[in-house]
Design a protein around this ligand. Structure first.
Ligand code: MOS
Length: 736
């Protein structure tokens, strides 16, 4: 019986809850030294003096590395900076420049963490400050086109928006803003670096082991073959761990200099600067429609913040290009520089912020036209990708609207704002569309059948807590014809066959086909071995007449002719059988537009006196191809929704406009939802099998869950209160 699709509990769950799972910072290496990062306390300028004498003399201190003493790197430390996600502009103590508050300016290494922390506090650093720009409101007055604008960020224009607007019955024109937000996985970034001669091993918490290998090798000027990156467990990634940041290379530099392994774990406040964030956005939307709700013109112009060091763009207008059929449309992206750390990928980078603006504007238009919000969206349903004209690889959005509305009870909603109450509370119901690209990249895997008939399958992918171990074990077991408990799936090691970054929601869609192909290949070897073997009860049969199930080969015509995997191998010298496979997207990648879609419905209760907002319940209905595991899959979507609720109501990094430091750089003051903030979440996955994505029919699900949620909640708040908040987060002060 196939296990793929079933609600199998996490295979790694027991190891995680018992502490047996070893995370990056838990590598018990002999002579392990402890490093502490010393961050800058100004936002822009130079380090004038850095007095390390007192710190160096303190108990247990092994090394104080500053820009004066750090080893010089090729290209000033920029050799690996060329290609995100892995390669970013880093701060590796190569000069005296300070580009943002919280930038690494020194590294202190000692025999214990406490000794390193104490010494780090005794560094005397004098700075020369320069004027800073930390106010997005002012910075955005000087927007610029990203120099290395990726093709996807280029300005687009189709049709004629002026005439589309002139002929409209209703026009919404509004500015939506989203704040700077920082990733806060439970496990902070952590690296253990250990050298053996000229070979480096990194135990690094990362979404991309092979990316870390290549970037660190380039940055240090050594061969990638001499770098091994190991990461069996990640305590949350969300995009921040897709890139190789400064601390990884600094740990390697210190370990090489000391000749002993070094551990460097970022402190929680150090998560707010050197390892990326979601930038501020200002999004200007113009949406026009005819009386019957057909869009006649749409314009989406984005300004996002970035750092001095690097042009990194939150591509918030991409969704607007493809989500609705609209003949006349224009999009643009611009950047505004702030003296902060560089932004980066954060769960649905572009789609999460972009759908807030677009799906709020569509809601505003529904009131202007007095058309039901679902009906308005159906009026503009895109039967193919409006941008490329290509057919969708699969799209079940109509069914998402229908099933979501039914489960939610949308028909009970009275359209008028402030028209629904429960006791004293104002009740609001809002909805929005969710979408995210269905990405896929090349990946490889290997599979081994051991002499005892069990199997090990490997791919150098990552499990961010998402369920990769579990779904790959299910797929491998089904392909091998083995029960789940006889298959071990391993990941997170550059010694394994290469897999892509676990970002862009692509691990399942990319790695699963490779795992399936490798498992089928080794199973074929086993079957061929038996069929060609005179001593096998299956001798002489054709492969297609043999059933492989539960660790047995059985003749279909005669169930008495059968033998277990181990018997075949035993007669052949007892050596394990092995196969590997590469899988990559074919021409279908060009022929079809690949997207996941969904519909999100939210009910909020708002206290009319105090403005307190409660999210009572959320229903999300998604078309995501074949669901590989109902339990881990639903959890992925729920996790995205919870984050969407935090984005809607709570999350915002407060930057001190004088010093550039995040004021709320801790989990007490950087608000994210806790259990009590979340009412019920109900997930529907509609029946869909994408024939044009991969051999599993499965699209990714890591990011779509957050998209549309902030808009659905803001739309529900409007419905409850009559107050349109276009500036996230929707906090109670904005309702009063
Ligand atoms: Mo995801 S933000 O692409 O790791």
């Amino acid at each position: 019986m196939n296990s793929t699709g079933q609600a199998i509990s996490r295979i790694d769950g027991h190891a995680k809850v018992t502490g047996a799972a070893r995370y990056s910072a838990e590598q018990p290496l002999p002579r392990l030294a402890h490093a502490v990062l010393v961050p800058s306390t100004i936002a822009s300028g130079r380090v004038v003096t850095i007095d390390s004498a007192a710190a160096s003399a303190m108990p247990g201190v092994l090394l104080v590395m500053t820009h004066l003493s750090a080893p010089r790197l090729p290209a000033g430390g920029m050799a690996g900076a060329a290609s995100p996600p892995a390669g970013r502009v880093l701060n590796l103590l190569q000069d005296d420049r300070v580009h943002y508050n919280n930038q690494p300016v020194a590294l202190v290494v000692a025999d214990t963490l406490e000794h390193a922390q104490a010494a780090a506090q005794n560094l005397r650093i004098a700075y020369k400050k320069e004027t800073v720009q930390l106010d997005f409101e002012r910075a955005k007055k000087n927007p610029y086109k990203p120099e290395k604008a990726k093709d996807e960020a280029a300005d687009t224009r189709r049709g004629d928006i002026e005439s589309g607007r002139r002929n409209a019955a209703a026009v919404v024109e509004a500015v939506y803003t989203t704040p700077m937000e920082h990733h806060n996985p439970m496990e902070p970034h952590a690296t253990v670096a250990a050298w053996d001669g000229d070979r480096l091993t990194l135990y690094d918490s990362t979404q991309y082991v092979s990316g870390v290998r290549n970037t660190v090798a380039k940055t240090l000027g050594i061969s990638p073959e001499n770098v091994r990156v190991v990461c069996p467990y990640v305590g949350g990634g969300f995009g921040c761990k897709g890139s190789t940041w400064s601390h990884v290379v600094l740990a390697a530099m210190a370990a090489r200099q000391l000749g002993q392994p070094v551990k460097l774990v970022l402190e929680r406040p150090q998560m707010f600067g050197p390892v990326g964030h979601r930038p501020n956005t200002e999004q200007r939307i113009m949406l026009a429609a005819s009386r019957d709700g057909k869009f006649t013109a749409m314009r989406h112009d984005v300004i996002a913040s970035t750092s001095r060091m690097e042009d990194w763009l939150e591509t918030a207008a991409l969704t607007s290009r493809m989500l609705y059929a609209c003949p006349n449309q224009q999009t643009s992206h611009r950047l505004a520089r702030l003296d902060t750390g560089t932004p980066t990928f954060m769960r649905a980078p572009g789609e999460a912020s972009g759908t807030f603006a677009l799906e709020s504007a569509v809601d505003e238009l529904s009131y202007a036209l007095q058309i039901d919000p679902i009906q308005l969206r159906l009026q503009n349903y895109a039967e193919q990708d409006p941008e490329s004209g290509k057919p969708w690889s699969s799209k079940s959005l109509r069914e998402c609207y229908r099933s979501g509305a039914e489960r939610f009870g949308w028909s009970r909603r009275t359209p008028q704002p402030r028209s629904m109450r429960k006791g004293e509370m104002l009740v609001g119901m809002g909805m929005a569309t969710a979408t995210y690209p269905a990405n896929r990249s090349a990946a490889s895997a290997s599979a081994v059948i051991l002499p005892d008939g069990s199997a090990i399958v490997r791919s150098g992918s990552q499990d961010l807590g998402t369920g990769t171990y579990t779904i790959m074990t299910q797929i491998a077991a089904d392909a091998l014809g083995l029960p789940l408990e006889r298959v071990k799936f391993e990941l997170g090691d550059t010694d394994m066959p290469r897999a892509p970054v676990s970002g862009g929601s692509q691990s399942a869609a990319s790695v699963a086909p490779a795992v399936k192909a490798a498992a089928l290949a080794v199973r074929r070897k086993l079957v061929e071995l038996a069929l060609a073997d005179g001593e096998s009860p299956l001798s002489g049969l054709q492969a297609e007449n043999v059933t492989v199930e539960n660790g047995w080969l059985t003749a279909q015509a005669d169930p008495r002719r059968r033998e277990p995997f181990a018997a075949v191998i035993a007669r052949h010298g007892g050596t394990a059988l092995e196969a590997s496979a590469d899988a990559k997207p074919g021409e279908e990648k060009q022929q079809y537009a690949h997207h996941s879609f969904g519909a999100v419905f939210a009910e909020v209760h708002v206290d009319p006196e105090l403005g307190v907002i409660r999210v009572e319940r959320i229903v999300g209905s998604y078309g995501i191809g074949r669901l590989l595991n109902q339990k881990t899959g639903h959890s992925q979507l729920m996790g995205g929704i919870v984050w969407g609720a935090g984005m809607a109501l709570m999350e915002k990094t407060e930057i001190d406009a004088r010093y550039g430091r995040a004021v709320n750089s801790n989990l007490a003051e950087y608000h994210v939802p806790v259990n009590a903030d979340i009412g019920s979440i109900d997930i529907i996955v509609v029946n869909e099998d994408d024939q044009h994505i991969n051999s599993l029919g499965a699209k990714g699900i890591g990011e779509i869950g957050i998209t549309g949620v902030a808009a659905a909640i803001a739309n529900a708040v409007y419905h409850a209160t009559g107050k349109r908040v276009r500036d996230l987060p929707v906090t109670l002060d904005k309702l009063l």
